[in-house]
Design a protein around this ligand. Structure first.
Ligand code: FES
Length: 165
């Protein structure tokens, strides 16, 4: 067995490289973890949000249902408040987004004419199922929310394109 002699210079190089690498890893790991942390978080997308609207109280006349949820944008958390127009058609519950498809104002039920949603910004009009009335500014129907029921209360899910028109 032969031993290779390590010079003082080589010993210092190995030692400083090892210690330097260890210290660099110790500094970089927290930074790397901080940078990719949002990507590691479990997303709540697709979850339903509880509302205070009782299913039994819904009729065929749209009612305003307010709801809020926590939104996480990278490291910034905020409370977001939204609303939906909700009604029943037979046994089916329909929840429509109030965001106008023209320039994003909020539409109101029977704001101008009976049995229609009305957008006061540019006189946009929608039928009860969210279909935009031709020859008014909106270019498409109101979006829908996914709906669910829990213990007799309405849950709202994510927005989807209107399935009624
Ligand atoms: S934003 Fe609704 S009609 Fe223009």
């Amino acid at each position: 067995m032969s031993y290779k002699k390590v010079s003082r210079r080589q010993f210092l190089n190995y030692t400083l490289t090892g210690v330097g690498g260890f210290m660099a890893a110790g500094m970089l790991m927290p930074m790397l973890r901080f940078a990719i942390d949002p990507a590691l978080q479990v997303k709540a997308e697709g979850d339903f949000i509880q509302t205070s609207q009782k299913i039994a109280d819904l009729t065929d006349v749209p009612v305003r249902v307010d709801f809020s949820y926590e939104q996480v944008d990278a490291w910034y958390k905020s409370e977001v408040s939204e609303m939906a127009w909700v009604y029943k058609e037979g046994d089916r519950i329909i929840a429509l987004s109030p965001i106008c498809k023209h320039l994003g104002c909020t539409v109101n039920w029977e704001g101008d004419r009976p049995n229609e949603y009305f957008c006061a910004c540019h006189a946009g009009r929608y039928e009860k199922n969210g279909k935009n009335v031709p020859n008014t500014p909106p270019t498409g129907p109101l979006d829908e929310y996914e709906v669910a029921e829990k213990d007799g209360y309405l849950l709202l899910g994510k927005k989807i394109p209107n399935t009624l028109v």
